[in-house]
Design a protein around this ligand. Structure first.
Ligand code: ATP
Length: 282
């Protein structure tokens, strides 16, 4: 019965979350709910507040205000319980260069209190999945960026999290590894897990996500399924076309178009005034 009640709870709940760095507010009151079994995309331009929000969810940054609940556990008040539910894959990984890939994975498993044949098999499976088997005994310092990323993904999944929180998952991965990661995330949600991922590319969000929230300057400016966002765009609500341009890195183009349109309007009216004056003189 209790389980039933618990399962209807969102796996992730953000309530008025604020993060200030000194005077500057990077996140300005974010509300979000993510249900179990969803792939939820957090989309926004550079500097919008994605990484800051994700680091608060992962319990690395302390919020300046609001509440973050993971499976009902408050990340500030019950950090150990909340963190156990999460597999966090950061955008800027930290790995111990002087450990081999295999040693690193065993070290992470041990931090979660896991060792023995079951974890050995999981490690073998991850290494094989990401074509790292041959590299198991090589030092991480010799790994490429993509190999590090794959090792990090494996390490984040070792303790069977309920929620994967991943910051810019596709950066640095070759097409094959990006495909494996997509398949991995999909099969994770099919088995009841949930994924919260940040990206600034609409393509990644579109290809993977069930629902999307768009963040800009620390605030959620649109939220829904891709179809819902499109309908809003077609209906001209919330200026979604502009939002999409902005989030797909087209803001400079949009600004340029605005400036050009403005210049054109000014020129047209100047020409109009000029011809009116000429007409008056004649
Ligand atoms: P990107 O797509 O470029 O990774 P983002 O959406 O993840 O961007 P954040 O890294 O969360 O954005 O940054 C949000 C804002 O907070 C930015 O203006 C950034 O300069 C600022 N910021 C981030 N970390 C700090 C910090 N430690 N001190 C001061 N300001 C910070």
């Amino acid at each position: 019965m209790m389980e039933g009640i618990r399962d209807t709870q969102p796996i992730l709940h953000l309530d008025g979350v604020v993060k200030r760095y000194g005077e500057f507010a990077a996140v300005k009151g974010v509300d979000l709910e993510v249900g179990r079994g969803e792939i939820f995309g957090f989309l926004g331009p550079n500097g919008a507040g994605k990484t800051t929000t994700i680091r608060m969810i992962a319990g690395i940054l302390r919020p300046s205000g609001g509440r973050l609940l993971v499976g009902g556990d408050d990340v500030v008040r019950a950090p150990a319980r909340a963190k156990r539910r999460i597999g966090y894959i950061p955008d800027r990984p930290f790995l111990y260069e002087k450990l081999s890939g295999g040693e690193f994975l065993r070290f992470v498993a041990a931090l979660w209190g896991r060792e023995g044949p079951e974890v050995e098999e999981r490690i073998r499976n991850f290494l094989s999945l990401f074509s790292l088997t041959e590299w198991e005994h090589e030092l991480i310092e010799s790994y490429s960026h993509g190999m590090r990323q794959k090792l990090l993904i494996s390490s984040a999944l070792l303790h069977d999290p309920e929620l994967i929180v991943v910051d810019e998952p596709m950066v640095g991965l070759d097409p094959r590894s990006a495909r494996i990661l997509k398949d991995l995330l999909r099969s994770f949600v099919e088995r009841g897990g949930t994924v919260f991922l940040s990206t600034h590319t609409l393509e990644v969000a579109e290809a993977l996500c069930d629902r999307i929230a768009i963040i800009s300057e620390g605030q959620i400016i649109a939220q829904g399924t891709m179809a819902e966002l499109r309908t809003q765009a077609d209906a001209g609500e919330a200026h979604l076309e502009e939002i999409f341009l902005k989030v797909t890195g087209g803001s400079e183009v949009a600004d340029l178009m605005d400036a050009l349109e403005g210049a054109l309007e000014r020129r047209t009216s100047a020409e109009r005034r000029g011809s009116e004056r000429r007409a008056e003189a004649e």
